[in-house]
Design a protein around this ligand. Structure first.
Ligand SMILES: [Zn+2]
Length: 210
């Protein structure tokens, strides 16, 4: 029997209104009409997501500071980090590509990581994160534009091609990008936006009643 004290929620897919039920740890509730997942009970998901986000921040810094790979040609070595590579592509009159790489591989992942840490840190210290509502919506809308994994794939393909003609020395950034790809996936898998909404609602309720 549904507990009438629990809130009524709408399905994201078919908009059917239904009352929430209590879940055991690890379980998830599905819509009674279309079967899509409504919410999950993931214990400690905030702490886990925060840990993955902090690790992703460190990897992001390494990935953008150190060279992606070096090329050795006739005894001369050349190495570039991502920002230098974007700059070089820009200078070769491929401004649109340079801009796309900068946005999808640097700016959006940086925004996602910083905002995630900001939200989760605030909640960790029991504070209502100002702008949480807007940030969650923005995170949702920029998500498809973060493409670190596609960039990683592109770099690997170019490395294989270049290795026929040059001696390639993998840089620190390439390993960092690999780990960053895994960590971003881990953040997405462990993040439960509902945990934030519950906290935001509770804090808002406290502010209203206080
Ligand atoms: Zn539904």
């Amino acid at each position: 029997m549904p507990d009438t004290h629990l809130p009524i929620i709408a399905c994201h897919e078919c908009d059917l209104l239904q009352r929430e039920i209590l879940l055991r740890k690890g379980d998830f509730a599905t819509c009674s009409r279309c079967g899509s997942v409504l919410y999950r009970n993931l214990p400690e998901s905030l702490d886990r997501t925060l840990a993955f986000s902090l690790a992703a921040a460190v990897m992001f810094l390494l990935a953008n500071t150190f060279p992606i790979f070096g090329i050795e040609l006739q005894g001369n070595r050349m190495a570039m980090n991502l920002v230098e590579a974007v700059h070089s592509v820009w200078n070769q009159e491929m401004k649109l590509i340079a801009l796309l790489v900068l946005i999808t591989t640097v700016l959006i992942p940086a925004f996602e990581i910083i905002m995630m840490i900001y939200l989760l840190m605030s909640l960790k210290f029991q504070r209502m994160p100002p702008g949480a509502n807007l940030i969650l919506r923005m995170l949702q809308s920029v998500k498809p534009w973060g493409m670190v994994e596609i960039f990683m794939l592109g770099v690997l393909v170019s490395l294989v091609k270049l290795s026929h003609d040059f001696i390639i020395i993998p840089g620190v950034a390439i390993w960092s990008f690999g780990l960053l790809t895994v960590l971003i996936a881990a953040v997405a898998a462990s993040f439960n936006p509902r945990d934030i909404w519950i906290n935001v609602e509770r804090e808002t309720g406290r502010e209203v009643s206080g």
